[in-house]
Every structure is written in C-alpha cells, then in structure tokens.
Design a protein around this ligand. Structure first.
Ligand SMILES: *[C@@H]1O[C@H](CO)[C@@H](O)[C@H](O)[C@H]1NC(C)=O
Ligand SMILES: *[C@@H]1O[C@H](CO)[C@@H](O)[C@H](O)[C@H]1NC(C)=O
Ligand SMILES: *[C@@H]1O[C@H](CO)[C@@H](O)[C@H](O)[C@H]1NC(C)=O
Ligand SMILES: *[C@@H]1O[C@H](CO)[C@@H](O)[C@H](O)[C@H]1NC(C)=O
Ligand SMILES: *[C@@H]1O[C@H](CO)[C@@H](O)[C@H](O)[C@H]1NC(C)=O
Ligand SMILES: *[C@@H]1O[C@H](CO)[C@@H](O)[C@H](O)[C@H]1NC(C)=O
Ligand SMILES: *[C@@H]1O[C@H](CO)[C@@H](O)[C@H](O)[C@H]1NC(C)=O
Ligand SMILES: *[C@@H]1O[C@H](CO)[C@@H](O)[C@H](O)[C@H]1NC(C)=O
Length: 394
C-alpha cells in the first residue's frame, strides 16, 4: 500500500503546518506517507530549447510553461503558484490532471450502465461526494480528485516526464481500481504533447483532462484574454443549466456568441455571453463538441497579437471546455501571480486567463442518449492524447 495516506475532513491540530484550508467551506488535514513526495518538481525542455516546462508531483501539475514570443524571449504562459504549498489551499485547479471524472456529474450520481434519469438507489448506482453548488453536483472527481493526489515519477528524461497514479477501488465512491499514466513531452519547434492512458480492473467511468490556465501574453502587455483570436471547429455546444450541469440538450452555435468556427476575438460578442457561465455570470464556461475534421487540421487555435504567440491544438478527444476565468477573483479570495508574471503584488484577475480542456462530452454518464461510451474496464482501456504546438502568428 505505497500510496496510502490519511485524509480527515476535520480540523486536526496535531500537525499545524499540514492543516490547510482547501476550499472556502472545507478544512482538511493532508498527511503523506513517507514514500510520497507531493512537492517534487521536474523541469524538462525540448532539445532545441524552444519550449521548457516544470511539473509538480501533486496532481501531476504543470507549474510553468515557457514559450518564445515574437521577440524570441521565453514567457511563462500558465497560471500557478511560486509557493508550492499554495497548490493545497489556493484555487484548486491551476494546471493539474483532473479526474477520475472531470467536469460536473449531476447530483454526484450515475449508474453503470448509464441511465438518462439515474435512480437514487440501486445495485449499480454510485454516489460521488458533491463538492459544488451546495451539494447539487460533483466537480472534477469529488472532494479529493486526481488534482490533489500525489503522483509517482515513473520516468524522466531531459524532454519528457511520466507520472503514474493508482486510484483504489471505492476512493471518492468510484468503482474499480484505475491505473493512470500521464506523459508530458516537449518536442522541437515549441511543441508540447500530452498522453494520458488508464486501465481499470472493473467497469468505471473515466474522463480526464489537463486543466491549465493560459495567458498568451504572460500577463505582460495586457492581462485580458478578450482580445485574443479564437478559432474552434465546433458547430454544437452542450447545453447546461444555471449551475453548469448538462441538461441533456445540445445547442447549434449558428448566430450565437458560441460560434468561433471562423476566427474572431473572444471579446467580440462578450456582451451576449451573460448567463453562459451560469446564472448571472458573463463569459464562457462551455463545452464545444468538435466537428469531424481531417486529422491534419488543428481542432482549435488561439493567438495574441501582443506576444505574437499562437497555439494550435490537435487532440483525439471529441470535445473541448473553455472557461474564461469568470469570477476567479472575488472580494475575499485572490491568487497572487508568479513573480515572472508580475506577482506576488499582482493577482490573477477576472478574464485574465482561459482554461482549455480537451475531453469527452461532459456528464455523458448521465446522458446515454448522446451515444458516448465513457465506461472503461478490463476489456477497454482509456486513451487521451493532445498536441499543443506554439508558433508566432504572422
Ligand atoms: C467569501 O465571501 C462569500 C460571500 O460573502 C462567502 O460566502 C464565502 O464563505 C467567503 N469565503 C471565504 C473563504 O471567506
Ligand atoms: C531537435 O533539435 C536538436 C537541437 O537542435 C537536434 O539535435 C535534434 O536532432 C532535433 N530532433 C528532431 C527530432 O528533429
Ligand atoms: C506558502 O503558502 C503557505 C500556505 O498558503 C503559507 O503558509 C506560507 O507562509 C507560504 N510561504 C511563503 C514563503 O510565503
Ligand atoms: C492560502 O494561505 C495563505 C497563508 O495562510 C493565505 O494568505 C491565502 O489567502 C490562502 N489562499 C486561499 C485562496 O485561501
Ligand atoms: C441526489 O442524490 C441523493 C443521494 O445522494 C438523493 O437523495 C437525492 O434525491 C438526489 N436528488 C435528485 C434531485 O435526484
Ligand atoms: C514583457 O515582454 C517584453 C518582450 O519580451 C520584455 O522585454 C519585458 O521584459 C516583459 N516585461 C515583463 C514585466 O516581464
Ligand atoms: C458591451 O456593453 C458595454 C456596456 O453596455 C458597451 O459599452 C460596449 O460597447 C459593448 N461592447 C460591444 C462589443 O458591443
Ligand atoms: C470578478 O467576478 C466575480 C464574479 O462575477 C465578482 O464577484 C467580482 O466582483 C469580480 N471582480 C472584479 C474586480 O471585478
């Protein structure tokens, strides 16, 4: 039992330094076993020096991603913390792998096989801790998702690192043991490839993603992401309710502020996005379903004219969630930026970042009518691959 550690949802003052506030409403004690090293970091770089990154064993998190701008200077494009302890008590999802089932699960409940109106109880009904909206849903795998687990460094070269994590049967209520490998590789010409593979010893849902907060100027000339151009090949989005739980419907993007099939700035229809990220919220927090494309075509692209940095993404995933950091900064919770992004005096502000997640259709485990099979097991392994290519927009 190498991965075992104690986890108590109570304020236990026996180890004050490890007693940290995890969310606004939860206090927790986290104590690791002697062979776990949550704060180990690994730095990797492409052989040609065109991209460099740093990762943390806690959550298999990406802490820094340095990419050259149009002047040839490397910039750190992802939000994070210089103080690694903040990965425990700050905003939860700065750069980790999210799972075992990312995004929202309606009422924290699903069945295997999935049903449209999941019964409250039954032999194949599972309940995951609900950690959002006063218990109305589960976000990113529950109270103690993959982002807060200590991953093991399995392999490490100058341009690649592989993490693994064994998620035991029953942890956070999920059935079956799931073994996951995540490999980050940096290739010449500023290319980041991510591979996540998982196998399960009994039937269980799996939906993983890489949860990075991007600012393609590195919070330098401008902090707003609203002037970036975005192109996203999705004709449909998953319709959600006021707390962002899928309703079961799909919406055509034509004539709406969801339509990025032709490149335009993220802010160009921003006034029409009120309600898009939940009741009363302005901005995107949306799952687009990708259209069928030749595999040579990027599925989405985004670029900033300030830094000149452009990102093109290829993925084997059928959908992408984009969140425009609506409400990341509130009156009582602010996150200091990293020093290379103007911190710690400056903070991560609303709409100063965008999360881009390649993933499966969200909450398809409560929407079998979509025909997306997200149940894996001994007969079926899970595979997620994406390539992020950075270049200078001409
Ligand atoms: C922040 O303020 C909100 C609204 O006043 C409150 O509900 C929440 O508990 C506060 N969070 C913390 C960490 O104080
Ligand atoms: C990557 O760049 C390095 C340094 O320029 C070079 O030695 C190597 O052959 C390149 N690798 C590939 C696969 O092109
Ligand atoms: C780092 O963060 C932790 C937890 O938020 C805090 O207790 C500690 O004082 C911080 N350390 C520094 C050097 O700021
Ligand atoms: C994390 O802890 C530090 C030091 O205790 C505190 O200054 C900071 O506000 C906390 N951050 C959050 C988001 O709770
Ligand atoms: C949500 O799940 C709980 C059991 O965890 C159940 O008691 C409740 O009725 C469910 N709510 C809805 C709206 O289905
Ligand atoms: C902003 O980017 C420019 C161009 O790379 C660089 O010269 C400058 O030092 C950067 N400013 C900050 C505060 O990092
Ligand atoms: C959005 O609304 C604000 C305030 O009503 C207005 O000043 C601005 O011009 C609008 N922007 C666009 C792009 O329509
Ligand atoms: C950021 O957004 C949140 C949620 O909409 C809001 O409560 C907060 O006032 C905003 N912060 C600023 C500085 O506008």
């Amino acid at each position: 039992m190498t991965m075992q550690r104690l986890w108590a949802l109570a304020v236990l003052l026996t180890a004050p330094l490890l007693c940290l506030s995890l969310t606004s409403s939860t206090l927790g004690l986290k104590r690791w076993s002697d062979d776990e090293h949550p704060f180990d970091t690994v730095t990797i770089a492409a052989l040609d020096g065109s991209i460099r990154s740093r990762h943390l064993s806690l959550g298999a998190t990406t802490i820094n991603m340095w990419v050259p701008d149009k002047y040839g200077q490397l910039r750190d494009l992802v939000a994070g913390y210089d103080n690694l302890t903040m990965y425990l008590n700050g905003t939860r999802y700065f750069g980790p792998v999210v799972g075992r089932y990312a995004n929202r699960i309606k009422n924290g409940t699903f069945s295997i096989p999935p049903t449209r109106y999941t019964p409250t109880n039954g032999p194949n009904v599972y309940h995951i801790p609900t950690n959002e909206n006063n218990g109305a849903d589960t976000l990113h795998g529950g109270t103690d998702g993959f982002d807060h687990r200590t991953w093991v460094i399995d392999a490490h070269t100058s341009n690649s690192v592989t993490y693994s994590y064994v998620d035991p049967d029953g942890r956070e209520g999920f059935p079956g043991t799931v073994t996951t490998y995540v490999t980050y590789t940096l290739h010449n010409r500023s290319t980041w490839s991510i591979k996540m593979s998982a196998s399960a010893n009994s039937k269980t849902p799996i939906l993983l993603s890489s949860h990075d907060y991007w600012n393609f100027d590195a919070w330098n000339e401008s902090t707003s992401i609203l002037d970036y151009n975005l192109q996203l090949s999705g004709s449909r989005v998953i319709e959600t309710d006021g707390i962002l739980v899928p309703t079961g419907g799909l919406q055509d993007v034509s004539g709406t502020a969801y339509d990025f099939r032709t490149a335009r700035t993220i802010g160009s229809m921003f006034n029409d996005t009120v309600g898009f990220c939940g009741t009363g919220c302005q901005g995107y927090d949306t799952c687009w379903i990708y259209d069928e494309l030749p595999s040579t075509e990027p599925r989405m692209s985004v670029w900033s004219s300030n830094s000149g940095i452009r990102l093109d993404i290829w993925s084997n995933q059928p959908a992408a969630q984009v969140y425009t950091c609506n409400g990341i900064q509130t009156a009582n919770v602010t996150m200091p930026r990293k020093a290379d992004q103007g911190g710690p005096g400056e903070i991560y502000e609303n709409h100063s970042c965008m999360v881009i997640e390649q993933e499966g259709w969200i909450d398809a485990i409560n929407n079998p009518q979509w025909g997306q099979d997200q149940i894996y097991g001994p007969e079926r392994d899970y595979l997620w691959t994406s390539t992020y290519r950075f270049s200078i927009q001409q």
